[in-house]
Design a protein around this ligand. Structure first.
Ligand code: GAR
Length: 191
């Protein structure tokens, strides 16, 4: 049985799109059963809808607090019988109790070679630090931000003349390659 997977987004959703396209192959071990956004106007929602995937908006701004926001998400996940979660540019921190309830079943993609450059503006910080390699990481989500066991990483060389835009585009191409591989591994029980 293909694992029923939810993807959480906050914006563009290009990683979500890569996951959806991978899951359209009949031999892919996960099915994208839900795309959930905390932002009502996230661009990615349009693509998900055009693929006939169920979408949900849980706007964090209209809830009394994090617990109420997460309770609403948990309810929707239950309705859709979700088994796995992929965070794909989901820009809200989740509480330890929500994270613990999905331990081993929720993964994230981060645009850096963790444990380097946790947090935001990773490409600019990599350039400023003068490192020769940069990349992306898919990891299990744990309560600590951008930590958790690593499933896959991909690196790119930093080239002379690289800008934040050129570097992020090269890293993003790698994100789109490794996120589906990591989800497949998780869905097959290989990690
Ligand atoms: C991606 O680069 C992802 O790695 C990053 O946000 C971007 C979302 O793009 N995630 C984080 O920074 C999480 N800390 P997308 O919406 O096109 O997938």
């Amino acid at each position: 049985m293909r694992k029923r997977t939810a993807i959480f987004i906050s914006g563009r959703g290009s990683n979500m799109e890569a996951l959806v396209r991978a899951a359209q192959r009949p031999d892919f071990p996960a099915e994208i059963a839900l795309v959930l956004s905390n932002r009502p106007n996230a661009a990615g929602l349009k693509f998900a809808k055009s693929c006939g995937i169920a979408t949900a908006v849980v706007d964090h701004k209209i809830y009394a607090g994090r617990n109420e926001f997460e309770a609403a998400m948990a309810h929707i996940l239950a309705i859709h019988r979700i088994e796995l979660i992929c965070l794909a540019g989901f820009m809200r921190l989740l509480t330890a109790s929500f994270v613990e309830s999905w331990r081993g079943r929720m993964i994230n993609i981060h645009p850096a070679l963790l444990p380097q450059f946790k947090g935001l503006d990773t490409h600019a910080r990599a350039l400023a630090a003068g490192v020769s390699e940069h990349g992306c990481t898919v990891h299990f989500v744990v309560p600590e931000m951008d930590a958790g066991p690593i499933i896959l990483q991909a690196s790119v060389d930093i080239l002379p003349g690289d800008t934040e835009a050129s570097l992020s585009a090269r890293v993003l191409a790698q994100e789109h390659r490794i996120y589906p591989l990591a989800l497949a591994k998780l869905a097959r029980g290989e990690v």
